[in-house]
Design a protein around this ligand. Structure first.
Ligand code: B12
Length: 216
């Protein structure tokens, strides 16, 4: 069983998604605890990939492959986790703004946030402003993550923040933005609470936002 977890961690680290899928199934068949499979193999694998990326030993393509293997393996094990077994570092709702279909960067951010213990609700891509507003109202996330990957869709981020204000929801949620054309400067200008340079930075910023006093 321990050997299977070791192999699964390696499969996630090396982005072998077919292997990660079969090893996750094998670990369950062998009777490994779902939470142990997640923590000791799947999350451990993606975290090690993140460390290699930080040290410039992994490139974006390596990271994307690890994220895919992470997602496939999580897809097998997640339904077996008892409710409440999943993490509580905070609730993050994330989506790519309207008009923008890019999702690879968001996928990486989602995977790293989940590996750090956040409960992440992914609204997908091309998300209309009203959906962000309705979902914030309904699901009350601690943090709203907005992804934008083109200069042509950047204004949508400010619009979402403006609509949060108009709907009297702005004080109830921290807003964290990211994506290729964004910057700390743009985060300041648009009224966001934080900017994430990459997936690891997104996790650090999310942790910081959660530690910033009581969320209303
Ligand atoms: C792959 C790609 C595509 C793929 C997308 C596949 C997919 N499933 O996402 C396809 C081929 C579909 C595509 C389509 C298009 N694309 Co494109 N695409 C790219 C490309 C090459 C890479 C983007 C990417 O995935 N990067 C890898 C990820 C891992 O990096 P990342 O996105 O930066 O994410 C990191 C950080 O930004 C951060 N982060 C990301 N999201 C978030 C969110 C939060 C909350 C936080 C905190 C942090 C964070 O963490 C991530 C991990 O480190 C870029 C060029 C580039 N170098 O960026 C162009 C690019 C973004 N595309 C561009 C364009 C123009 C288009 C098209 C309009 C092309 C066309 N004519 O059809 C369409 C747009 C369709 C649409 N409506 O969205 C332009 C945008 C130009 C602009 N105006 O700004 C770019 C910049 C290319 C260019 N130089 O012209 N594209």
């Amino acid at each position: 069983m321990a050997e299977t977890l070791k192999k699964l961690k390696k499969a996630v680290l090396e982005g072998e998604d077919d292997l990660a899928l079969s090893l996750a199934q094998k670990a369950l068949e062998e009777g490994a605890q779902p939470l142990a499979i997640v923590n000791e193999a799947i999350v451990a694998g993606i975290q090690e990939a993140g460390e290699l990326w930080k040290k410039n030993e992994y490139f974006q393509t390596d990271m994307i492959m690890s994220v895919e293997a992470f997602q496939v393996a999580m897809g097998v094990v997640e339904p077996n986790l008892a409710s409440g077994e999943t993490s509580t570092a905070g609730k993050v709702m994330i989506g790519t703004v309207a008009g923008d279909m890019h999702n690879l960067g968001k996928m990486m951010v989602v995977a790293m946030l989940r590996s750090a213990g956040f409960h992440v609700i992914d609204l997908g891509e091309d998300v209309p402003i009203q959906t962000f507003i309705d979902k914030v109202k309904e699901l009350k996330p601690d943090i709203l993550g907005l992804g934008c990957y083109m200069t042509t869709t950047m204004a949508e981020m400010e619009n979402v923040i403006k609509h949060l204000e108009e709907s009297s929801l702005r004080d109830s949620v921290r807003v964290m933005i990211g994506g290729v054309p964004t910057s700390q400067e743009y985060a300041n200008e648009s009224g966001a609470d934080a900017w994430g340079k990459d997936a690891l930075d997104a996790v650090e910023k999310a942790q910081r936002l959660m530690g910033r006093g009581e969320l209303k």
